[in-house]
Design a protein around this ligand. Structure first.
Ligand code: DGL
Length: 270
């Protein structure tokens, strides 16, 4: 048994990398749906169907617990999956909740009523589908009051990253930050609400300026999973090697992944 990590493509590797570092004894199986990326421009039914297919593939690999290391899938499909699709004995968790718990200064899993928090103006950068779902605002409203959220759909950034065109990705980040700042000139915090964006974190920080606190998911998701596995040790994988699956071309995806993470990663066909 291992813990499954799902993404539409390469972005979830930023989360996987933090998970492997924090939980070196837990085996992970990664699934990248590179043949169907990006999800961020698809409609909710499409994202739901693709995410369910990927998660079932991870269940076939023995992963009873799957982390959706994809905000777009977490935003557009997770609630529906949990309410109507995930069978007894399996768990699917998303990446929004750990991020929002950190932003609202809560302990992991603290479900107490919403309260006032220090942060008042939040800039959210995410895919068009995530922004359209308003899932971030909904999860935030369960935990905090009086926070103003301005969301920027960052069209094109995921495509540029998947194609390895980091110059284009950087130019797009600067223009999306400028667009957001026209509507919210002084955010206290910025949320990188797509797991591809940590690969562009420096560009976001440079465009936002030093006074904006940047919240990025990989380390937060890893800390929260460690806490979850302590409370649910039965979901912790026993042994086994890490594995990397893709619906795309395993050689091409492996090259890009190796380049992004600066270590050799071999993918096999999903
Ligand atoms: N990395 C994903 C996310 O966190 C997916 C982006 C996409 O496929 O558009 O939203």
């Amino acid at each position: 048994m291992a813990v499954g990590v799902f993404d539409s493509g390469l972005g979830g590797l930023t989360v996987l990398s933090a998970l492997e570092k924090r939980l070196p004894d837990v085996p992970f199986v990664y699934f990248g749906d590179n043949a169907n990326t990006p999800y961020g421009v698809r409609d909710a039914d499409d994202i739901f169907a693709l995410t369910c297919t990927g998660v079932e593939r991870l269940w076939d690999e023995g992963c009873d617990l799957v982390i959706l290391a994809c905000n777009t899938a977490s935003a557009a499909a997770l609630r529906r999956m949990q309410e109507s699709w995930v069978p007894e004995g399996k768990r699917v968790l998303g990446v929004f909740v750990p991020l929002i718990e950190a932003l609202t200064e809560r302990q992991w899993g603290d479900n107490s009523p919403p309260r006032e928090v220090a942060i008042k103006h939040v800039a959210l950068f995410a895919t068009p589908a995530t922004v359209q779902s308003r899932a971030f605002q909904r999860e935030l409203a369960f935990r905090a009051i009086g926070v103003d959220v301005e969301a920027q759909p960052c069209g094109g950034v995921v495509d540029a990253i998947e194609e390895g065109d980091m110059i284009l990705a950087e130019a797009l980040v600067h223009s999306h930050v400028a667009a957001l700042k026209r509507r919210m000139p002084r955010p206290d915090a910025a949320v990188l609400g797509c797991t591809h964006y940590p690969l562009m974190e420096e560009a976001f920080r440079a465009a936002l300026g030093p006074e904006v606190a940047v919240y990025s998911q990989p380390d937060l998701v890893a800390a929260s999973l460690e806490d979850y596995l302590m409370r649910h040790p039965d979901m912790r994988g026993a042994d086994g090697e890490n594995a990397y699956l893709t619906t795309g071309d395993p050689v091409a995806v492996g090259h890009k992944a190796t380049w992004f993470l600066r270590r050799k990663i071999d993918f096999r066909p999903a």
